[in-house]
Write a protein that binds this ligand. Structure first.
Ligand code: SF4
Length: 461
């Protein structure tokens, strides 16, 4: 049967969907898929079997742009009816026109990120809504692309900062915080559906509510301020009866972040902070136009560790930023040694089209940028390996991500120190007791018996 005859025969129209990019893009994909499902559309696993394909793109670095453009090309070749959404959709090409339209003029529609309604309007135009939507079949928390036991919760969109290496604000606009009642309702529905780990994301989690002047919202008939501390406290309260974890990403080191340390020390949320420092030298941070760059980060870290000794800090850095001198780079290495960041990632600076940093004087050759990245990572790995070794002998709570045959031959999980996709894991050995099983999405205690690269090795107890 052809696609048109399938539609005429009343079968639910099938939409192919490709989701590229960061967790923020993933939550946009989930919103679109939820809406499609609510309206009765089915999904297709192949381009060829779909009535239309939606590609959610990423436009952050050049590799991501290429991957997105290639995927659109593939979808056009195999299907021909393609809607493009996401960050790349907002990007200008040569002469100021839309880049996606310039490269692939036959796409049906192009939208920027966070544009569920526009995408749905384009879908309706090309593949009309089925007559009898099975609205009740859609779970309250929507459609999730992550495994059932963890989920990302996006609390805001856009960003008020203008870091000179970043073009996200030009693609996603200024900060718009979601109403706190909506965020908490979504969190509750996720926990009730079995989510055991909630990952809070945004471009700048500590800025939550700034755009609405920390307005007092309502949730469950009670007033709650639209503010990070109140949000984190309530998320912890919701997670508790489910024994679930709440993990915070993209937190900038503003003074008010200190308020959530007692919540971490008290077990309300995981003692894990993902703080994108990017650099340590004040002059480099100024050239980067980083938020909270005036804060004394070493002192702040020491204070956090005093308030919550078990805290794990993850961060990302950029080596070889335009104008970075050898002395400034050495400052970064010293910072890394002293700050003892548990999990650090580093990118060699790469000019992103449209970023103002490209116009800064003192661009460094690619081999210098890469060499500095490698030197940084050598120090970061030394710190991380020493920190992992300190855990040997400890008993840790592990959330199981992978356990074939109920874990009889072992499995894989994560402790509070490991966020999915970006950090290490706990390799779980086969349980010693025959009655002990490991199940995906459940917690187990494990005794840490060794390390393996970025991972820990644990014996389930
Ligand atoms: S804080 Fe800076 S790097 Fe992050 S999204 Fe905003 S402008 Fe980009």
């Amino acid at each position: 049967m052809t696609q048109d005859s399938a539609l005429a025969a009343g079968a639910a129209p099938r939409i192919g969907f490709v989701s590229l990019g960061c967790p923020k893009a993933l939550t946009d994909s989930e919103l679109i898929l939820t809406q499609l499902s609510a309206e009765g559309y089915a999904t297709s696993k192949s381009f060829a079997g779909a009535d239309l394909v939606i590609v959610n793109t990423c436009g952050f670095i050049d590799d991501a742009v290429k991957e997105s453009l290639d995927t659109i090309g593939e979808a056009l070749a195999e299907n021909g009816r393609v809607i493009v959404t996401g960050c790349l959709g907002a990007k200008a090409g040569e002469g100021g026109g839309n880049l996606v339209r310039q490269m692939h003029p036959s796409v049906l529609a192009v939208t920027g990120p966070h544009a569920t309604q526009e995408v749905m309007d384009a879908v309706h135009l090309h593949v009309p809504k089925p007559h009898d939507p099975f609205v009740d079949l859609v779970p309250a928390y929507g459609v999730k692309l992550t495994p059932r036991h963890y989920a990302y919760l996006k609390i805001s969109e856009g960003c008020n900062h203008r870091c000179s290496f970043c073009i996200i604000p030009s693609m996603r606009g200024d900060l718009v915080s979601r109403p706190i009642g909506d965020v908490l309702n979504e969190a509750r529905a996720l926990f009730e559906s079995g989510v055991k780990e909630l990952l809070v994301i945004s471009q700048d989690t500590s800025a939550y509510g700034v755009d609405v002047k920390y307005r007092t919202g309502f949730w469950d008939g009670r007033p709650v301020k639209t503010r990070m501390t109140e949000l984190v406290d309530k998320l912890g309260e919701l997670a508790e009866p489910h024994g679930a974890w709440v993990r915070l990403h993209y937190v900038y080191p503003y003074p008010h972040v200190d308020e959530i340390l007692p919540l971490m020390a008290g077990g309300r949320v995981l003692p894990y902070l993902d703080v994108p420092f990017q650099h340590s030298h004040p002059d480099v941070l100024r050239r980067m136009k980083r938020p909270a760059s005036g804060e004394r980060n070493l002192e702040r870290l020491a204070k956090w560790r005093e308030a919550c000794p078990q805290i794990v800090v993850r961060s990302t850095f950029i080596a070889g930023f335009p104008g970075e001198t050898e002395a400034e780079f050495e400052h970064l290495l010293d910072f890394m040694r002293e700050a003892r960041i548990d999990r650090a990632g580093c990118f060699a600076y790469s000019p992103v089209e449209g970023a103002t940093a490209n116009a800064l004087p003192g661009a460094l050759p690619a081999d210098v940028r890469e060499e500095r990245r490698a030197r940084f990572m050598a120090v970061a790995e030394e710190v991380s390996a020493a920190k992992l070794l300190e855990r040997v002998g400890a008993d840790m709570q592990v959330l199981v991500d992978h356990a074939p045959a109920l874990g009889k031959k072992g499995g894989r999980g994560r402790s509070y120190a490991d966020a999915p996709e970006i950090d290490g894991v706990v390799q779980l050995l086969p349980p010693l007791k025959a009655s002990k099983t490991l199940k995906v999405g459940e917690f187990t205690r494990a005794r840490i018996v060794g390390t393996q690269g970025h991972d820990l090795v644990g014996q389930p107890l």
